[in-house]
Design a protein around this ligand. Sequence first.
Ligand code: SAM
Length: 287
Amino acid sequence: MAEQPIDGWFTEIFDRQGSAISLKVKEKLHDVTSPYQHLEVYATETYGNLMVLDGCVMLTDRDNFLYHEMMSHPALFTHADPKHVVIIGGGDCGTLREVLKHPGVERVTQIDIDEEVTKAAARFFPTLTESNNDPRADLKFEDGVKWVDNCADESIDVMIIDSTDPVGPAEGLFKTDFLKRCHRILKKGGVMVQQSESPLYHTDSIIRELREDMEKAGFDSVATLPFPQPTYPSGWWSCTLAGKACDVKQFREQDAEQASFALEYYSATLHKSALVLPPFMKRLLER
Ligand code: SAM
């Protein structure tokens, strides 16, 4: 639920949870309504620029590295040899930039429904889009559900579902049918990862249902990795990995330790610790 800035504060209210996040803003930099969503960009006092879609915080300069590194590196270091990666959503291009850091990746196809998000990212978050001209990157602007429908069987190594919340244009990305199609287009040994909302607010709902749906879709292993995300509901977020003939509780630990590129949050040790679920999540997920 959105609120216009009041006395210089942007506030997103999580009504059902009786909580909210507020950021002190200096000015509104951008406001556009696309056929899919309402996009705003603000300059904040202490978090750099802030992107908001339909009233929900998408990212800030200050803390987006947490989300983007966790949406990419755990999945890429879990796959034995990722070459063709697909990102559904991800229009701000932060996840794309992280994926392209892996030298073995040969092709990344990103499908976001809304070109306005990528245009705004290029203008207001230029560090996130700095790898968009990499010859391995292919940016498409169409519905990710339709793109997956038309994709050949067993042709992709890693799929990253970097979507908005499961309402509006992203609703279809959380359905069992969509997960079945993702399973179909992944090669054996393939890995998918989906942003899976807050461990505090959604373990007993969205996270549990997503994991069950992934199993129903044919994936033979699942793992939910929690990580901090200060500007999302509850300040705590998660991604859920699923493997097709691949155990997503194992990863290329030595390769992660020796990563040749700069990282701010992800590390091999962090990955290992993120695979350990807190007892309350274990209890709710194993019921
Ligand atoms: N970090 C964010 C979060 O968890 O709130 C998600 C970031 S990313 C900007 C989400 C993107 O998903 C948006 O750019 C939106 O346009 C895209 N999206 C939503 N539904 C989609 C669909 N059906 N196909 C492709 N992209 C979609």
